[in-house]
Write a new protein. Structure first.
Length: 338
């Protein structure tokens, strides 16, 4: 069943993206260390297979905003590249809007868009508008509709005044906004984003987030994003998929993920002298690190007041830092089933 304005998922039972037992192996060359190794490498290289995705299953429904999370090297970018056809699976199956992405059929490509942090769509030496005109020709967009679309998106993204400035003269934030505009010109049904807010200042980050939420809400565009920024994920995503060593480690709502992890606080206590730590930790507390006269603890939210009371007896406290667990810690906890 399809709701008005909501893209249909093709022949995969309504799923826009359906991956089953997806495997991606890369061939990686290894070079021995030193000059001799470098010289040998000119003639022959040791090649090894590296499994980046290991029987990954995932499913995304029409109009969802999904966050793909995971540690560095977990396989997030590989997943995105497989979904938009930049890579071909080694085994298993992925279908997007009913297409096999790696075939790169035009009928498929005009229904999706991808913004990869390290791969620009805009040409460096010309203005964004010049690149958009090439997109217009490539996708055979109606002239009036194109002009309205550029104007509307530029206003939403607050880049109207820079559309005629060479890309190389734009700030990082302006460039990312102009990249997003380019990606959305042909009204893709699915948008893949790899770290869309990386390196942006708080103002640009907020603007990009607001824009993406609006595109998802207004056009019902299905969006899959990777991010290391928990705020991106919390503010935008209905659901998160955690990739761990090429497998799906967690699939659930952000609220559920937060509920499972937010009870914990991270504390860093620094003493003037090496502290006399207790043999038995106060209830709900555990040590996660120790360095010099500092000790790092994780404690359940309710246990923090009693912990701070107890810490006064371990030595002379000179500094205290209390915060929420960072995303890596959250992921480790979820994957460890804590
Ligand atoms: N072109 C390639 N050739 C060989 N190995 C690769 C290639 N691209 C990625 N890999 C390896 O595959 C694994 C997954 O990489 P991928 O880029 O998908 O991870 P990621 O989750 O996106 O990481 P990050 O958060 O650092 O961007 C890593 O171990 C990486 O070294």
């Amino acid at each position: 069943m399809s709701t008005k304005g909501v893209p249909t998922g093709g022949s995969d039972g309504g799923g826009v993206i359906v991956a089953q037992q997806l495997i991606k192996d890369y061939r990686r060359s290894r070079q021995r260390p030193g000059l001799l190794g470098a010289l040998r490498g000119l003639v022959s290289r040791d090649v090894e297979e590296h499994r980046a995705l290991d029987r990954l299953d995932l499913r995304v429904e029409p109009g969802e905003f999904v966050g793909l999370l995971g540690r560095n090297g977990a396989g997030k970018t590989t997943t995105i590249k497989l979904c938009c056809g930049l890579l071909r699976p080694s085994a298993g199956e992925v279908r997007v809007l009913g297409h096999q992405p790696w075939r790169r059929e035009f009928a498929f490509l005009r229904r999706i868009a991808v913004v990869l942090g390290n791969k620009a769509m805009l040409w460096w030496d010309v203005s964004p508008m010049d690149s958009y005109l090439v997109h217009r020709a490539m996708y055979d967009l109606d002239h009036d509709d194109f002009a309205r679309r550029v104007a509307g998106l530029a206003e939403l993204l607050d880049v109207t005044t820079v559309l005629d400035v060479p890309v190389r003269q734009l700030s990082l934030g302006q460039r990312m906004k102009c990249e997003l505009l380019a990606a959305l010109l042909h009204r893709p049904e699915v948008l893949f984003l790899d770290e869309p807010t990386i390196g942006l200042d708080v103002v640009s980050t907020a603007a990009v987030r607001e824009f993406l939420a609006e595109v998802n809400r207004r056009d019902r565009t299905t969006i899959v994003l990777t991010s290391h920024d928990m705020d991106d994920v919390e503010q935008l995503c209905d659901r998160v998929l955690l990739v761990d060593d090429g497998r799906l480690g967690y699939d659930g709502t952000v609220a559920d993920l937060v509920a499972r992890t937010s009870p914990d606080k991270e504390l860093r206590l620094t003493f003037r002298h090496p502290p006399q730590l207790p043999a038995v930790w106060p209830r709900g507390t555990r040590m996660v690190g120790r360095e010099g006269t500092s000790v790092e603890l994780r404690a359940e939210r309710d246990a923090v007041p009693a912990l701070l009371g107890a810490a006064a007896g371990w030595g002379e406290l000179v500094d205290l830092d209390v915060g929420d667990a960072d995303l890596d810690q959250v992921m480790r906890d979820v994957l460890a089933g804590r």
